[in-house]
Design a protein around this ligand. Structure first.
Ligand SMILES: [Zn+2]
Ligand SMILES: [Zn+2]
Length: 486
């Protein structure tokens, strides 16, 4: 099928410096990622070539367009979209349709650069990267959230990708950090935070552009997670041990870099949380912090089928996921939280018993009674120090206390040392988890074994959501709708 050259062209879209830019003429449909990919290449050094080449990565056959682009114009056709690639100073003379998923760009030196556009990810609309965006900024810790609509969109640097943020969960750490009361490893407030602070570390985005030097395995259109950890060194003992969340040179999206409470984010392509195509972007966000943390907390307890696990704060964002990850391990789970609504919800998840702390005079006695002598593991997900104080006393001999929530204040465990020694108790702490563990936690959600309970709210509700989190009356996790997926 051929179109005539007199096809009416829409205005061209130009990328890059005028001397070395590709002009992409839009004939039908919208200009997609081809435009954004080509823009990185200096046009003078390349010709576009065509021809049929081998099947790539199990996908359909790939057509490559062979034509000297110094004399003729080039068109790439996909479905109802025709892309025409021309250099500004040469006249277009013909139009050709191709079902191309790959454009091969050859340097005059005959070095090949190959660009693969995988079918499932091919965006149907133009990848429009604006200069500014909406971001929920915190100019001063404790000063509240200010929505800014002209916040700069980051440019992806070397080995970075630019992602559009679609959804983001709201974590207790976001609340504490913006308020300037998040506790450090020493129990003192963390105040050394990049300002303006942009929180969010449970984000799901879609890659929309690649910076220079990004590995060709990384595709535009792929879902990507915006997690707590942003960059790691890959060389320290913790990185080498697969505990890179403790990397001595790490940076994170809470204290050092802007997080997912903005529409666009640049991410290190060397430490990307690449997610499968079939995840649900709405429910997967909370897995990246709350889910991962509780998945790891359950793992730390060495729970096996039939063990009893008590989750304290079970109805919250972390808690309801801890319940489900423990159930997925075959544990018998008892939930502690307050109120009838949370009780009903937790019973629907499959807990064996629900203990309402608002109506139970002695929690420790109650747990010993229903677990017949104490729990094999207690996971405390509440961020209130009172929830931790006597939690270890709920344990059976040899049991494990897994601390997950981080109270804002300098909270303490108040378990007698004699109890810990005589009963041979274990106490573990937990800071998120590794990327591998994150992907394991995501997979259980993707398969429907663990189901995050989420409520989607508009981006501008963030200040209200912080108030609700502070009051502690949030069931499951709140997820913000950030930017439109195009
Ligand atoms: Zn978090
Ligand atoms: Zn490291």
């Amino acid at each position: 099928m051929h179109r005539r050259s007199q096809t009416r062209l829409r205005p061209p879209i130009r990328f890059g410096h005028p001397d070395k830019c590709w002009t992409i003429w839009r004939i039908g449909g919208e200009v997609g990622e081809i435009a954004s990919r080509l823009y990185e290449q200096p046009a003078r050094d390349y010709t576009i070539s065509t021809g049929r080449i081998k099947t790539f990565g199990g996908k359909d056959g790939i057509d490559v367009f062979r034509r000297d682009c110094y004399k003729r114009s080039n068109f790439i056709h996909r479905k109802d979209v025709v892309y025409k690639v021309v250099q500004p100073r040469y006249e277009e003379t013909s139009i050709r349709h191709l079902s191309a998923t790959t454009v091969s760009i050859r340097k005059h030196s005959s070095t090949h650069c190959r660009y693969i556009f995988p079918r499932p990810h091919f965006p149907s609309k133009m990848v429009n990267i604006p200069k500014t965006q909406t971001a929920a900024t915190v100019p001063k810790l404790g000063g509240g959230v200010v929505f800014v609509h002209d916040y700069p969109v980051p440019q992806p640097g070397h080995n970075e990708v630019l992602a559009k943020v679609l959804y983001s969960g709201v974590c207790q750490s976001d609340l504490h950090t913006q308020a300037g009361i998040a506790a450090s490893a020493q129990g003192t407030p963390i105040t050394n935070v990049k300002l303006p602070h942009v929180g969010g570390h449970e984000g799901i985005g879609r890659i929309i552009a690649l910076g220079p030097g990004v590995d060709e395995d990384i595709k535009v259109g792929t879902f990507v997670g915006i997690r707590f950890a942003s960059r790691i060194c890959r060389r320290c003992n913790f990185c080498l041990a697969g505990k890179e969340q403790h990397c001595i040179k790490s940076t994170n999206h809470l204290h050092h870099e802007d997080g997912s409470f903005q529409e666009y984010i640049a991410l290190d392509a060397g430490y990307l949380t690449l997610l499968p195509d079939d995840i649900d972007p709405v429910t997967t966000g909370p897995v990246l912090c709350a889910g991962l943390t509780t998945y790891k907390a359950v793992k730390n307890c060495n729970v096996s089928a039939g063990n009893s696990v008590v989750v304290v704060g079970a109805g919250g964002g972390l808690g309801h996921l801890a319940v489900q990850y423990a159930l997925a391990q075959g544990a018998i789970v008892y939930a502690v939280d307050g109120g009838g609504e949370k009780g009903e919800f937790l019973k629907s998840l499959g807990v064996t018993g629900y203990v309402d702390f608002t109506t139970t005079p002695n929690l420790i006695d109650k747990i010993h009674e229903i677990t017949n002598g104490g729990a094999d593991a207690v996971i405390v997900t509440a961020a209130n120090p009172k929830a931790f104080a006597q939690a270890a006393e709920m344990l059976a001999v040899g049991g494990t206390l897994s601390c997950v929530g981080i109270p804002a204040e300098r909270g303490y465990l108040e378990t007698p040392i004699s109890t810990i020694v005589i009963k041979g108790l274990h106490i573990t702490g937990n800071l998120v988890g590794s990327l591998k563990e994150c992907l394991e936690a995501v997979d259980l959600v993707r398969r429907g074994i663990v189901k995050p309970k989420v409520t989607v709210r508009p981006f501008e509700d963030l200040p209200k959501i912080y108030e609700e989190l502070e009051r502690g009356d949030v069931l499951g996790r709140i997820v913000l709708k950030i930017a439109k997926d195009e």
